[in-house]
Design a protein around this ligand. Structure first.
Ligand code: GLP
Length: 250
């Protein structure tokens, strides 16, 4: 058993502020914390269910529930017969509306943006259709490469109505953080995914060979009142991202 993991679990049991009556949620939190702090690195194996249960004096059902929750969140992966690992690829559950920054931080990675463009312009006819905006209105445009540390992962082009983001320079690394500060955090989104070969330019920016597999994602996000808050097109590197969706029969 990784002693830091056991220590973190015991700390959460003691810590009154973090007191969580349900043991499986406490364990889930403890594992998430050590992954975020990079005490356990991507690709590393976690202790077995039995090991967890014995060391922490928990039932195996509790341990199984905690691990299953983290697999669903994309923090861990399980291989039959081989155990549970900290996820190496970035596994993005599609049902949760999270930002690039949040997805990376949850995996202990360091999100960064490099901007090509961050300014105000006039909406294009295509954007005005997609965003339900009148022709000619002002929009903020962000065009950037998204990194984990020094590794480029995606290229994103975002358009936001200027009435919601009048000063795009407010966006440092995270668009959603800037929107949240102004009370305009997206609440719901429609997303479309397509497999694409990366163009020579995109491949160069993402440090992969031209023609490598990429994922083209288009997200239209909305506020509670139905206004479109962003229209973003992203090109993710196909070799580092997995998008996972949970499906229900009805
Ligand atoms: C993801 C989404 C984008 C969204 C972005 C916000 O990458 N595909 O549609 O704009 O997250 O991330 P951040 O707040 O880190 O800028």
């Amino acid at each position: 058993m990784h002693s830091a993991l056991a220590d973190e679990y015991r700390r959460l049991c003691r810590d009154a502020a973090a007191r969580q009556p349900l043991a499986y949620l406490r364990l889930r939190r403890a594992i998430r914390n050590v992954v975020e702090q990079r005490v356990v690195e991507p690709g590393q194996t976690l202790p077995s269910e039995r090991d967890f249960a014995q060391t922490l004096k928990l039932s195996r059902v509790t341990v199984r529930k905690a691990l299953a929750g983290l697999v669903e969140e994309g923090v861990l992966t399980q291989r039959h017969g081989a155990g549970t690992f900290v996820a190496e690829r970035i596994i993005k559950p599609m049902s949760r509306l999270t930002s690039f920054t949040e997805d990376l931080r949850a995996r202990g990675l360091d999100p960064r943006s490099e901007f090509f463009e961050r300014g105000i312009g006039e909406v294009t006819p295509e954007e005005s259709m997609a965003m339900n905006l009148s022709p000619g209105v002002a929009v903020a445009r962000l065009h950037r490469v998204r990194y984990a540390g020094n590794e480029p992962l995606a290229i994103e082009r975002s358009v936001v109505p200027a009435e919601l983001l009048p000063d795009p320079m407010l966006v440092r690394d995270s668009l959603y953080e800037a929107l949240e500060t102004r009370g305009f955090r997206p609440r719901r989104a429609l997303q479309r995914l397509r497999a694409v070969p990366l163009s020579a330019r995109h491949a160069r920016l993402l440090h992969v060979p031209a023609g490598s597999a990429g994922l083209n994602v288009e997200r239209r996000a909305f506020l509670d009142d139905g206004r479109v808050v962003e229209f973003t097109t992203s090109w993710y590197r196909g070799d580092v991202y997995d998008f996972v969706a949970e499906l229900h029969s009805e």
